[in-house]
Design a protein around this ligand. Structure first.
Ligand SMILES: Cc1cc2nc3c(=O)[nH]c(=O)nc-3n(C[C@H](O)[C@H](O)[C@H](O)COP(=O)(O)OP(=O)(O)OC[C@H]3O[C@@H](n4cnc5c(N)ncnc54)[C@H](O)[C@@H]3O)c2cc1C
Length: 378
């Protein structure tokens, strides 16, 4: 697109290229009305939670009791297969292999199984629910030496957060997206200060994760967001491509075990409230994660660790994600954040709804999924 025709397009800025920003950028290039906008996405990638995430999509059996969160996560899990098709994402990015959820106590597991069946009755995305003995779990995940019994949910999935955002952004770049790899600030009028100076945009999406408080400060508002450090380990085991089809194990009160193709095993994750924005990998986190996984796979050893990933999650005081327009400042500034530990599930639907509201000028109410933005940004 040349600069002459660009002049007549509505200019949209996205600050933050994690899962919310990348999904919004993709849908702003894909949905009806996208031909009338040009999008500039600013991101420097430092500390990004999306790239560090374990990659589990399985919200239905969470112990959380927040109804809005559940409605959002449920719709988010439903959107993902559609998004994968819309953006033509590769099989290395998203695989619906099912998840196995465990309980330490057998009676609790039976209750979970009954609850899962009840929920699946009106949630087709959950797929089939199967109660598995320890032996059956071992058959489905042959590398596990001490399998627990569990409930299998066939609709559960795993996602590679880093590849996901990379492919979404590349796709949008081929149409109406320009990416600027830069940390930017706002001025008090809501203009973006980038390498070219101050830029006024017609619409803006602010999706800066744990850094939202800093981003919004120049506007004179305070975001109730706190950072939390998360670490996970990638191990390399001798295995073939068939691992891609193995389910995820989610043991109660312990670290999750996520097998990917070619023997890559992800164990995650830590939740370190005192870690704040620190991105240093620690030996103690590696020991904790490896120790948790060894309960189920006693053959694991430290020399199989090939990578430690560290990211910063963003939490609100009530753990609820939020999104919508910053009405006290300007209806044209949209925000989305506070995704906590389930943002790979809730981020894409937030990005989609924000993009749609820009292109189709606010057709859908967000009330079923989020408290008003003013509950989190004062
Ligand atoms: C270790 C770990 C494991 C996790 N596992 C899971 C999981 O299994 N399942 C799940 O659903 N969720 C998981 N999560 C949570 C999930 O990753 C996050 O909730 C989600 O990715 C947050 O997305 P986001 O787009 O809001 O923010 P982020 O992904 O953090 O992206 C924000 C981006 O904004 C950029 N930025 C900030 N300020 C500026 C600025 N001023 N200018 C330009 N750029 C800026 C940052 O550098 C960053 O790239 C995990 C998180 C961690 C850390």
């Amino acid at each position: 697109m040349n600069k002459g025709s660009d002049y007549f397009l509505r200019q949209v800025a996205i600050i933050g290229g994690g899962i919310i920003g990348a999904t919004a950028a993709f849908y702003l290039s894909f949905l009806k009305g996208s031909e009338s906008v040009h999008v500039t996405l600013y991101d420097d990638g430092t500390g990004q939670a999306t790239k560090a995430a374990s990659g589990i999509i399985s919200p239905w059996l969470s112990k959380r009791r927040n109804k809005r969160w559940y409605a959002l996560a449920k719709r988010g899990a439903e959107l993902l297969p559609q998004l994968v098709m819309d953006a033509n994402l590769g099989a290395d990015v998203y695989q619906q292999t099912g998840t196995i959820v465990t309980r330490k106590d057998h009676a609790d597991l039976l209750r979970l199984y009954t609850e899962a069946q009840r929920r699946a009755a009106d949630t087709p995305a959950m797929g089939d629910i199967v109660l598995l003995t320890a032996d059956q779990v071992g058959q489905r995940m042959p590398f596990i030496t001490n399998p627990p019994e569990g409930v299998f949910v066939s609709g559960g999935a795993k996602i590679d957060g880093s590849a996901f955002v990379t492919q979404l952004l590349r796709n949008a770049e081929s149409r109406n997206l320009t990416i600027v790899k830069q940390r930017v600030k706002l001025d008090r009028h809501g203009r973006v200060i980038d390498h070219t100076g101050q830029r006024q945009f017609d619409n803006m999406i602010i999706a800066t994760g744990a850094w939202m408080k800093d981003t919004l400060a120049p506007l004179g508002v305070k975001a109730a967001i706190r950072p939390q450090k998360g670490q996970l380990i990638d191990l390399s085991l001798a295995a073939d491509h068939s691992w891609m089809k193995l389910p995820v194990l989610m043991p109660e009160g312990s670290s999750d075990i996520i097998p990917f193709a070619n023997g890559k095993l992800v164990i995650g994750a830590t939740h370190e409230d005192d870690g704040q924005f620190d991105l240093t990998p620690t030996q103690s986190a590696q020991s904790e994660l490896l120790g948790n996984a060894k309960v189920f796979i006693n053959t694991l050893s430290r020399n199989q660790i090939v990578n430690v990933r560290v990211g910063t999650r963003a939490y609100t005081p009530d753990f609820g994600p939020f999104f919508g327009s910053l009405t006290t400042i300007s209806d044209s500034i949209l925000v989305g954040g506070g995704l906590g530990s389930s943002g790979l599930t809730t981020g894409p639907i937030i990005g989609y709804l924000l993009a749609k509201s820009i292109l189709q000028r606010g057709l859908e109410s967000f009330e079923a999924y989020t408290k008003p933005v003013s509950a989190y940004i004062h």
